[in-house]
Ligand binder design. Structure first.
Ligand SMILES: Nc1nc2c(c(=O)[nH]1)N(C=O)[C@@H](CNc1ccc(C(=O)N[C@@H](CCC(=O)O)C(=O)O)cc1)CN2
Ligand SMILES: Nc1ncnc2c1ncn2[C@@H]1O[C@H](COP(=O)(O)OP(=O)(O)OP(=O)(O)O)[C@@H](O)[C@H]1O
Length: 206
């Protein structure tokens, strides 16, 4: 088993590798692969149900086609709408363009409804697709380090059923052996990982 190294060192390692190896051509391919893997999940939902996702940027696992398919299926899509505070907004299908896919997540009024985590919990959402720099087999997720998702999810009341499935999006080389990532008490565990080559896998805390 790899030894546990610090979160900042791991973030640098994975961001450097993304910058070096994830090309624009791979990004185009990854968009379709991610959508193909997620399609059965979307097909299991009824129009009007709610899914949370994110607007990818740079070398993140790309979500444009996934989000387009969520909207085309008549599902509601909520995405982060603030880089600092854990706030979400509902994305209107007519506002969904590639121009939104930049580091600076859109602020209201581009998003029709603004909400905090506890409002999100009330929507009864089924899936949360969230970015990760890495995950390990014990369901631990490494994020960008701002604590955004850990705080946002802490407000989502994930302990009481029905709870949404948390699906982390990573590149294939970022799915790590059990115990590789440092685990702190505030870290929100994820249920599944969806990789940029289109592999959807359940993670197991055992
Ligand atoms: N697409 C996307 N949206 C997201 C996140 C994300 O990781 N990806 N977030 C996830 O939390 C939240 C926003 N938090 C973010 C925190 C840091 C960086 C960022 O780019 N950090 C730089 C380092 C900045 C520095 O310290 O100098 C980096 O990682 O290169 C981006 C988003 C909500 N929205
Ligand atoms: N529920 C919370 N309430 C308050 N602070 C929190 C909470 N969760 C995490 N934090 C703080 O956020 C900071 C970053 O946490 P951590 O290093 O685990 O980020 P991360 O999980 O990698 O990133 P992210 O959650 O943004 O994807 C830490 O200082 C941590 O104390």
């Amino acid at each position: 088993m790899d030894s546990v190294i610090s979160k900042p060192a791991l973030r640098k390692k994975f961001l450097d590798r993304r910058r070096l190896t994830f090309s624009p051509a791979q990004r185009i391919q990854a968009e379709s692969q991610v959508l193909a893997a997620a399609r059965p999940l979307l097909d299991s939902l009824k129009p009007g149900e709610v899914v949370a996702s994110y607007l990818s940027f740079d070398t993140e696992v790309p979500t444009f086609l996934l989000n387009e398919a969520i909207l085309d299926s008549g599902l509601k899509l909520v995405v982060p709408c603030d880089l600092e505070q854990p706030r979400w907004g509902q994305l209107d299908p007519v506002q969904h363009t590639r121009a939104l896919y930049r580091r600076f997540n859109p602020h209201p009024p581009l998003l029709s409804k603004e909400m905090h985590g506890n409002d999100l919990a009330k929507l009864g959402l089924k899936f949360i697709f969230l970015p990760a720099l890495a995950v390990d087999r014990t369901q631990v997720r490494l994020g960008r380090g701002a604590g955004w998702y850990d705080q946002a999810l802490a407000h989502c009341n994930l302990t009481s059923p029905p709870r949404p499935q948390l699906i982390a999006l990573t590149h294939d080389w970022e799915v790590l052996q059990a115990g590789t990532l440092p685990h702190e008490p505030h870290d929100q565990l994820v249920d599944q990982v969806l990789t940029s080559s289109g592999r959807l896998q359940k993670l197991d805390s055992e």
